[in-house]
Ligand binder design. Structure first.
Ligand code: PGD
Length: 758
């Protein structure tokens, strides 16, 4: 949350929210963003689509755009919806439309597009997220929920006060705690970890990147992707030394005995000892055993970041994390137990509000077809084919129209070359975005959206005490429109305006949503002023549930507060998952060697393990052209961090531009040397806008540094099919050619006029 200072139609400065202990540096991207040259200035249609009509096309990403009037644009959209629905049915519309977009609750782009498509009779949807694809499926089987693990997690105050040993797989990276969807008014993570240390608590961070925890801590850097083997080695020490809590395992868990047989090697002849784990992880067995003993001796919180599940077999790390914490027997106790996502977003550890949020109702989708969100290329390339998902055998629909609002698949999806081939398939691609992102440059119909700085809205999230009046800070740029106005206009042309708008203007919606929310607060005995006063005051403070300890109720009374699993207990063995018979996700957590890791054969060709993680300098790909993001670039390219000896072996120095490549693709990046990166590991954040050397070639090198030209488009497992973008093997060489210009933020070629407007 911030206050914007504007001048001449542009936001020129931002001031962090007063009282925020540790504001995010990402705010530095906002000044100058309203009138940036990469804005879409008006409605546009791709020339090939305009001239030839809907149909598959190789020209997406390499065509000219023709400006049209708003009336023409909404007519084209209405006609195309009518054609696709009449001829192919509503399941031929893919409205997955995944993405973060902006913080406001009413103008939230995904809510808007889903509501609109539901009014039209529904659409093929996507389930889960790129953040949490594996967790979202596995954790309901294991702990009965996934979102409560974050939204109702042990509070930072509790951790600061009671945790003696924090063992964090993936660290607690402050860079990610800058942000929460829906806005965030305070950032307590840094202070909580400092307080824990001041009290004599110890932090062990298990990650290839030292700066995943700030300040003093013990850094253990196993081979990336081998965390589950390390956890098994810790678990084996606990059980062989009699340090595990048998009472807890018997009372609160099911299936531990079957897991233990695997752990001890009774089922496969391979005890998962500390020595076994050393061979896989590279961490000395004596260190593993010593850590296990310390974990058993002190109040220990085991945390697993979301990044650990954004990879092949990603289900195993959170599942094994819970199992390890269960063996320690401190789940439900102050400062102990298990946490998932501390350091992944500014939500875990923050107190939840007890009310529903004032969000735009999305309506009901009568179409039952869905895909796991990261299966978009598979869906477009393989219509009619079957695939596995969470015990079901599903079929990919034959999608003719892709409708995107508020997301950037060229940022979030893996194997961009394959994505580009997939995007040649549909008849029509519609993208709403304020900016000419790579996705907008692949659209047939481009709808210029306003940014959240140009409209009034409500901001709030489920783990922040403030409901904020987001006052527009600048007038609408050029011909941009709110997505709500676009959907209202298209609805009118399709004769369903009343159902979409319910007769309200955007302003009336804000008041309506606020009034509904206020009723909940007042019924709860809380205080909230009338809308007019709230709007003038700027925010209202809600009651929060402070000092939570995750699973405290369950621990106190497991029968009265059972988990929502089949057994009502933590499922260390899941009969349900076992019954699916998958060879890549068994009935209990176990070690699977991934394909993209230093321990496999592929590393002989591509000797560096690339961690493609979340950026420090922006939210995903948003405002990549902003001040904070640009200041980090090296000769205009995204920085790639590598260990000095790995650089020396390749005759590289800081500031060099390198080609990062594997058999899927290549990108340029700028070298930053850092001994805080594990040997044989390189780190290149996601979010540099895809910038192909030759826009006509789907396999073109990205000259800017988007790591998703390298990542594999493969699901985490048959269970979740979750996103696996975090890890990929690469090789690096010095770029000795001419340095191609960065064109990522330039608009595509735009024709002067349209035959429709002549
Ligand atoms: P953003 O860059 O936030 O990325 O993927 P996501 O698609 O959410 O895209 C949001 C878009 O919304 C921007 O283009 C922005 O301009 C647009 N926008 C903003 N406001 C509005 C508005 O009001 N209306 C409309 N119509 N548009 C708006 C994020 C995803 O990436 C996530 S959540 C994760 S966790 C994944 N992480 C990784 C990873 O760790 N590694 C790899 N390799 N890949 C990943 N991809 C995933």
């Amino acid at each position: 949350m911030f206050e914007a200072v504007s001048d001449g139609g542009e936001v020129t400065a931002v001031r962090p929210f007063a009282g925020d202990a540790d504001p995010s540096p990402v705010l530095g991207n906002i000044p100058g963003s309203v009138r940036h040259r990469s804005r879409v200035t008006g409605p546009m249609v791709r020339r090939g689509w305009l001239e030839n009509g809907p149909g598959p096309s190789q020209r997406r990403g390499d065509d000219e755009y023709v400006p049209v009037s708003w009336d023409e644009l909404t007519t084209l959209l209405a006609n195309e919806f009518r054609r696709v629905i009449d001829r192919h049915g509503n399941s031929a519309i893919y409205g997955g439309s995944y993405g973060w977009a902006s913080a406001g609750r009413f103008h939230h782009a995904q809510s808007q597009v889903h509501r609109f498509l539901n009014v039209l009779g529904g659409y093929t949807r996507s389930v889960h997220s790129y953040s949490l694809g594996a967790t979202g499926v596995i954790m309901p089987h294991v702990v009965g929920t996934h979102w409560k693990l974050f939204a109702r997690s042990t509070s930072w105050e509790n951790i600061a006060e009671h945790t003696e040993l924090l063992v964090s797989f993936g660290g607690v990276p402050l860079k990610n705690t800058g942000i929460n969807h829906g806005g965030t008014s305070d950032h307590p993570t840094r202070g909580a970890l400092d307080a824990l240390r001041e009290r004599g608590g110890r932090i062990v961070s298990i990650t290839p990147l030292r700066d995943d925890v700030h300040g003093e801590h013990e850094w253990i850097a196993p081979v990336p992707g081998s965390d589950v083997a390390l956890m098994l080695g810790l678990a084996h020490t606990l059980v062989t030394e009699g340090l595990h809590d048998e009472d807890f395992l018997a009372r609160y868990c099911t299936g531990y005995d079957r897991f233990e047989r695997y752990l001890l090697g009774e089922t496969d002849g391979e005890p998962k000892s500390a020595r076994w784990a050393e061979a896989i992880t590279g961490v000395p067995a004596s260190d593993i055993a010593a850590l296990a003993r310390e974990m058993a001796a002190r109040r220990t919180l085991v945390t697993v970041t979301w990044s650990l599940q954004r990879t092949r077999f990603g289900e195993q790390a959170p599942w094994m994390g819970v199992t390890l914490a269960a063996m320690l027997g401190e789940i439900g106790l102050a400062g102990g137990g298990f946490g998932h996502g501390y350091g992944s977003m500014n939500e875990p550890g923050l107190a939840p509000v007890p009310y529903p949020l004032p969000t735009l109702p999305q309506g009901i989708n009568p179409v039952k077809t869905f895909i796991p969100v990261a299966a978009i290329s598979d869906m477009l390339l393989h219509p009619g084919e079957e695939f596995d998902y969470d015990g079901q055998r599903l079929t990919y629909p034959d999608v003719k129209l892709v409708h995107w609002a508020g997301g950037n698949p060229f940022h979030h999806h893996q194997d961009i070359g394959r994505l580009r081939r997939a995007l040649t398939r549909p008849d029509t691609i519609v993208v709403h975005d304020p900016y000419w992102t790579p996705m907008a440059k692949h659209a047939d119909i481009v709808v210029p959206s306003t940014t959240s700085l140009e409209r009034d809205d409500l901001s709030c999230t489920r783990n922040d005490p403030l409901l904020v009046a987001m006052h527009a800070a600048a007038p609408r740029h050029a011909d941009a429109r709110d997505d709500y106005d676009t959907f209202a206009a298209v609805s009118a042309k399709l004769g369903v305006a009343e159902r979409f708008t319910e007769g309200r203007t955007a302003q009336q919606w804000l008041e309506h949503l606020y009034d509904q929310w206020r009723d909940w607060v007042l019924r709860d005995g809380g205080e909230a002023p009338e809308f007019g006063e709230f709007w003038a005051r700027g925010h209202v403070r809600m009651r929060t549930e402070d000092g939570l300890v995750a699973f405290e109720d369950f621990r106190r009374d497991p029968d009265g507060h059972p988990l929502a699993t089949p057994s009502g207990r933590f499922e260390i063995f899941s009969d349900t998952i076992d019954g699916f018979g998958y060879d890549d996700c068994a009935g209990h957590p176990r070690w699977y060697a991934p394909d993209e890791w230093l321990g496999g054969e592929r590393a002989e060709r591509y000797a560096l393990h690339l961690v493609a993680n979340q950026p420090k300098t922006r939210l995903h790909s948003q405002l990549d052209h902003g001040g904070t993001s640009q200041a980090s670039k090296v000769r205009g390219r995204e920085p790639i961090r590598l260990y000095p000896a790995d650089a020396a072996e390749r005759a590289l120095s800081g500031g060099d531009v390198v080609r990062v490549f594997n058999d899927r693709g290549a990108c340029l990046a700028g070298v930053v040397l850092d001994d805080g990166v594990r040997r044989s590991v390189v780190q290149l954040a996601t979010g540099a806008w895809y910038d192909p050397l030759d826009p006509g070639d789907p396999n073109a090198m990205c000259v800017h540094g988007n790591p998703n030209v390298l990542t594999a488009d493969v699901g985490a497992s048959s269970l979740s099919q979750g996103c696996t973008g975090q890890h990929v093997l690469v090789e690096i060489e010095k770029w000795t050619g001419d340095l191609p210009p960065i064109r990522a933020y330039d608009p595509p070629p735009v024709a002067a006029g349209s035959r429709y407007s002549e």
